[in-house]
Design a protein around this ligand. Structure first.
Ligand code: DGY
Length: 333
């Protein structure tokens, strides 16, 4: 009898182990070990659990680096249940012949929807209104109370015209917005006008970030970035907290250099409740909920399971981040 591959899954997935669920599908083909806690495994616990495994299904809180890979020499696939894979040292995986997969596409709509939720809530000051009402601060209707910013007819700037940036831009047509976008190059059929980043920042009333976190984009939204934005502009970030210099954003909000912000991602995550960012005015925050719908998380889990199974079979699926890993010599366990 051939030995079944062993796979470590770093969190319980949507649907648990119910029949037909992503985990149940995986369990049919492999011996599973699951991290049952809500909180992530420590680096040491992850190493211990990964030892002797052939595959890993991880989420964005797990750091996959050379130390982990060297402690787990049988691992030949890491399927990350996220579109972003900044938690994974991809060159270290490739060098060792470890295939990496992510979950693009299935979370595009959910993340674009949440981007709009933050944009609208920040523009129309919904959390402030909600807090005023609940706190007894709702006075008689007044012409100048709680004035927000127009959305319909305004100019939206998309930084990073990938799948999610495009989906956010597409939704802007219902608001008759002018859409500008900035990125490395113009994208065919993108629903907006390609402009240099400086132009976008000078013109957009809403600036929405959709770049992946890379060394090049780390803290790209710094004091100079916010200084180039319009004073009536609102900043939205649903990609990774690392693209923002958070103290600079806090200061830009405090000083009124920009009009507001809507954030789904921060540094660190979870952000402590006493972080100075949270006392900045005109800020709407969500605790990294971009892909958090049952349908989307289930689809992400399914795609991650498919990634594990493909990697174990020596196949590179279309969502492989480093298909070239399969051409590397196999490690000896
Ligand atoms: C991702 O997929 O990268 C999100 O941040 C989590 O859904």
């Amino acid at each position: 009898m051939t030995e079944r591959p062993r796979v470590f899954v770093s969190r319980v997935l949507p649907g648990g182990a119910a029949p037909g669920s992503p985990l149940a599908t995986l369990q049919e083909a492999v011996d599973l070990s699951i991290w049952e806690a809500q909180t992530p495994p420590s680096a040491e616990a992850l190493r211990t659990r990964a030892e002797g495994c052939d595959g890993l299904l991880t989420v964005l809180t797990e750091r996959i680096d050379s130390t982990l890979l060297d402690a787990a020499p049988r691992v030949r696939v890491v399927a990350n249940m996220a579109v972003g894979y900044d938690n994974i040292d991809v060159p270290a995986c490739t060098e060792r012949g470890v295939l990496v997969t992510n979950t693009p596409g299935v979370l595009t709509d959910a993340t674009a929807d949440l981007t709009w939720a933050l944009l609208l809530a920040a523009a129309r000051r919904l959390p402030e209104g909600d807090a005023a009402l609940r706190g007894g601060g709702w006075g008689p209707w007044h012409p100048t109370w709680m004035l927000g910013h127009r959305v319909s007819g305004a100019t939206l700037g998309i930084v990073g015209p990938g799948r999610i940036g495009r989906a956010v831009a597409e939704r802007a047509s219902g608001f008759r917005m002018t859409v500008l976008y900035a990125g490395r190059r113009a994208v065919p059929d993108f629903p907006g006008t390609f402009v240099p980043l400086d132009d976008l920042l000078a013109r957009a009333e809403y600036v929405s970030m959709h770049v992946p976190l890379t060394p090049e984009t780390t803290r790209m939204c710094d004091a100079a970035f916010f200084a180039r934005m319009r004073p009536d502009a609102i900043f939205v970030n649903t990609t990774r907290g690392g693209v923002v210099d958070q103290p600079a954003l806090t200061e830009a909000l405090r000083s009124g250099q920009i009009a507001g912000a809507g954030l789904d991602v921060m540094t660190p995550e979870p952000l402590p409740a006493d972080d100075p960012l949270l006392s900045a005015p005109h800020l709407v925050v969500a605790p990294h909920l971009g892909s958090a719908t049952l349908e989307t998380r289930t689809a992400m889990a399914r795609l991650a399971v498919e990634g594990v199974l493909a990697g174990l079979a020596g196949r590179a699926p279309s969502n492989a981040v480093n298909p070239e890993a399969l051409a590397m010599p196999r490690r000896r366990a």
